[in-house]
Design a protein around this ligand. Structure first.
Ligand code: SF4
Length: 418
């Protein structure tokens, strides 16, 4: 192996992969200052498994050559940038070497599209297949699938990868037509449909044949770029909800657009990355997946954008004060969990503990509730003086003046990434 050339390729292709957040993290920035190891150039990033474990992944593109010209992407064909491509053997070798040295626990492999979707996808599948069958690699493999690749390759990919993802990138059809006119949403949904059908089919086979193989056991995911076009949060949440239901996605990732390229179709290069909005979208997504909220409850046609000053659950509670106070002693679990400051685990503890005792705010605090928020929304067995605030016209201002927001310095604006 030509180490110098491989290092060059790693530098280019790990850097090009950092904008993809669909493995949960965008790479480490730790540099070697005279000690041992260096994760900044080698493309090692951290991701979280469903059970909360943090795993290190080698996160690279197979190539950043691309036949497409998506305006928001640094790999687009018209961008004057250093290009590189690995061979299948190089990616396999790198993965095995990093794994043996305990640098990584898995591989996140994405790619630009060279020649055509099948040509590219076939190479990604060969990497995963070689790792699994020739090297008996049992680490985590996340493959980005290539829109337009044949069904056969999609079916094969899921036999070797733990997770597959198809990035939708631009949430609206009009936005995609503007920024990536060579692509269309239907081409991107087709592989999701194939993967979903295969997951169901393989699950059914395993009911009959215990040793039938697993198909992409960690499921599939997608990613939306936020803020590159004028999409609303309402449109994004509706689409996410649709994907969770129709394709049973494990995760939708939201990636605030990082202006890197000058293009009159894109936000100006000085536009801050919408990090607060990105964070609010993750919170809203969490409400849909774990708190029983529908997309239309969180944002709707009248309120198409998430409140940047308050988290989406608090924003919903403020808009729907008619549902409060929630009687903490008698309300169903579904309402207890909607109280701002009460999470899923705390709500379960409350429902369990109240059978044996009469709950107070102190009890809620001991069970993990953020009482500084919950106290305005709960009825207790004794009068709750904080409820007087709930019905005030200036309730929002009262909350704002008493809330310690991590975005306090710039409540309505956005954070700067660099
Ligand atoms: S197809 Fe993918 S890699 Fe190619 S320009 Fe578009 S977003 Fe970038």
């Amino acid at each position: 192996m030509n180490h110098e050339r491989i290092e060059q390729k790693l530098s280019i292709l790990a850097d090009a992969a950092k904008y993809d957040v669909s493995c949960s993290s965008s790479g480490g920035s730790r540099k070697n200052t005279g000690g041992l190891g260096n994760s900044s150039k080698s493309g090692i990033c951290h991701s979280y498994t469903e059970d909360g474990r943090c795993v290190s992944l080698l996160k690279i593109l197979f190539t950043n050559h691309c036949i497409y010209d998506c305006a928001y992407c640094t790999s687009r064909r018209s961008n004057d940038t250093p290009r590189a491509a690995f061979t299948v053997e190089e990616v396999v070798d790198l993965t095995m070497q990093f794994y043996r040295r305990n640098y990584i626990e898995g591989l996140f492999l994405s790619s630009g599209i060279f020649k055509n979707p099948d040509y590219t996808m076939e190479r990604l599948v060969r990497v995963a297949k070689t790792l699994r069958t020739e090297h008996r690699f049992h680490g985590y493999i996340h493959l980005k699938t290539i829109p337009g690749a044949s069904d056969e390759l999609m079916k094969e990919a899921g036999l070797y990868a733990d997770r597959l993802s198809v990035n939708m990138e631009i949430p609206t059809k009009s936005g995609l037509a503007l920024l990536a006119p060579e692509k269309n949403h239907d081409d991107m949904k087709a592989p999701m449909q194939t993967v979903q059908e295969q997951i169901v089919q393989f699950k059914d086979s395993r009911k009959v044949h215990k040793h039938a193989p697993k198909y992409t056991p960690a499921g599939q995911s997608t990613q939306f770029i936020i803020g590159a076009t004028g999409e609303t949060d309402h449109q994004i949440m509706r689409l996410s909800s649709h994907f969770y239901e129709k394709y049973d996605l494990k995760r939708v990732y939201y990636s605030g657009y990082v202006p890197m390229l000058s293009d009159k179709r894109l936000p100006d290069i000085s536009t801050p990355v919408p990090l607060v909005r990105e964070n609010r979208l993750y919170q809203a997504d969490w409400l849909m997946r774990f708190y029983g909220f529908g997309a239309e409850e969180i944002v709707d046609a009248q309120n198409p954008f998430l409140d940047l000053q308050f988290d989406p659950k608090m924003a919903w509670a403020m808009r729907h004060r008619e549902h409060f106070p929630v009687n903490i002693q008698t309300a169903p679990y579904e309402m207890v969990v909607r109280v701002p400051g009460i999470g899923v685990r705390t709500a379960k503890k409350i429902v369990s503990a109240r059978r044996f005792t009469t709950l107070t705010l102190d009890h809620l605090k001991q069970m993990g509730a953020a009482v500084n928020r919950a106290k305005y929304f709960v009825a207790l067995h004794v009068p709750n003086p904080h409820l007087n605030e709930l019905m005030k016209d200036n309730f929002r201002d009262v909350l704002l003046s008493r809330t310690q927001s991590k975005f306090k310095d710039d409540r309505t604006g956005q954070l700067v990434l660099f």
